[in-house]
Design a protein around this ligand. Structure first.
Ligand code: UD1
Length: 372
């Protein structure tokens, strides 16, 4: 069985790594890896191959940055001849980025079966490019691998047949568990002069938060207040950096230098690799983020997570986890930070099947060992 696996952007790498590892255990599977190059530099892509022990891609499409139409179109144009040549039995796509949809669309038109890992998640906010990517990818996929029960309900209400759906758990958590021994050995806390449980981690990259400077100023103002009580570490996404550089009024608060993280300023740094980042998150007092994956990782690690968005497509992180979806108003952010500072740390109870074995279940289905 020949399986083409697609990666493109940063959140794809930790999802594909455990799948490739699992496929390589089976002599009857030939796994190929195609990297679209949606993310291309060391901080956003390269280091993740190393940290997660992902084999070098068999094919690199080197698509790079651009508008949504450009990225989607270029992935399709460059992937089509690869699929025509390789003629895989199945193509696996993960998550909700432009590369996910572009690859799925290319394969389905060549009548190659598509497996979507992380199917069925819905924010019900169609202004998010990821929501469009999820809806369309699910509509054309043959195997829908679901991480949480809400995914099944969403797909059923869209009229998808149950024979396509498989509730398998979360491959992102497979990566977290498989590399736990490695990330617990990271020295990032010592390097940054941080004490376990005495700092906050921030990540922001959603266009609604970082491209709108009025909203971004409000968030940074609230983070500056939080930094007076709790040192704040902020690995900055390239999209966010472009906006932060224009916020001259915050230049004394946004610190981009080396040295230890100190209270009173927001310690900005380049995006960091997977192992150092997991180590940083696992020992934090709280995380403030607009990422999807981080809502899941904090749920399993038992770290309080404030999601600076109006919606989440991952409701199980609220019902079972540590996630609180609070939007981006400065007053609410300050109130929630104060609340968490007073509260005891939660005890993690992972959602059903978030046990590190999702990839195994997915490969069993692809090999035809599971029947509906
Ligand atoms: C993409 C995904 C988003 C995911 C995020 C994780 C879509 C629609 N969005 O958004 O779902 O959460 O990745 O990061 O697919 N850049 C670099 N180096 C890189 C890659 C990008 O500097 O290696 C810069 C680009 O020049 C661009 C910006 O980052 O200006 C945004 O990159 P892009 O891939 O367009 O979207 P993301 O915001 O990263």
């Amino acid at each position: 069985m020949k399986i083409v696996n697609i990666v493109g952007a940063r959140p794809n790498f930790m999802k594909i790594a455990p799948l490739i590892r699992e496929m390589r255990k089976h002599s009857d599977i030939i796994p190929l890896l195609v990297h679209t190059g949606q993310h291309y530099d060391l901080n956003m892509a390269g280091h993740f191959f190393e940290d997660l022990d992902i084999p070098p891609p068999d094919v690199s499409l080197e698509v790079g940055s651009g508008s949504h139409a450009y990225q989607t179109g270029e992935v399709m144009k460059r992937l089509e001849p690869v699929l025509e040549y390789e003629r895989p039995d199945v193509m696996v796509v993960v998550g909700d980025v432009n590369s996910t949809l572009a690859a799925a669309l290319t394969a389905v038109k060549l009548q190659i079966s598509v497996a979507h890992v992380e199917a069925g998640l819905r924010s019900f906010d169609r202004s998010m490019p990821e929501e469009i990517n999820r809806l369309l990818t699910d509509a054309i996929s043959d195997y829908l691998f679901v991480t949480e029960e809400s995914g099944i309900h969403n797909l059923v209400s869209e009229g998808v047949g149950k024979d396509k759906m498989f509730f398998v758990g979360n491959v992102m958590i497979d990566s977290l568990e498989a590399s736990r021994r490695l990330w617990t050995r990271s020295t990032i806390l010592e390097q940054l002069g941080l004490k376990k449980g005495h700092y906050g981690v921030v990540t922001l990259h959603r266009p609604t938060n970082v491209d709108d400077l009025h909203i971004l100023k409000g968030i940074i103002g609230a983070l500056a207040d939080a930094a007076l009580q709790l040192p704040i570490v902020f690995p900055v996404h390239p999209r966010t950096l472009k906006s932060l550089e224009t916020l001259t009024e915050f230049h004394s608060v946004l610190y981009f230098g080396k040295g230890p993280v100190l209270s009173g300023r927001i310690h900005c740094m380049e995006p960091i690799g997977y192992l150092d980042f997991m180590s940083l998150v696992a020992s934090a007092r709280m995380v403030l983020t607009d990422s999807g994956g981080l809502q899941e990782e904090t749920t399993v690690l038992g770290i309080p997570c404030l999601t600076l968005r109006e919606t989440t497509e991952r409701p199980v992180t609220v019902t079972h986890g540590t996630n609180c979806v609070i939007g981006s108003s400065p007053a609410r952010i300050s109130a929630e930070v104060a609340r968490i500072m007073q509260a005891p740390l939660p005890t993690p109870i992972p959602p059903p099947l978030w046990d590190g074995r999702a990839s195994q279940r997915i490969v069993d289905v692809l090999l035809g060992r599971v029947h509906r």
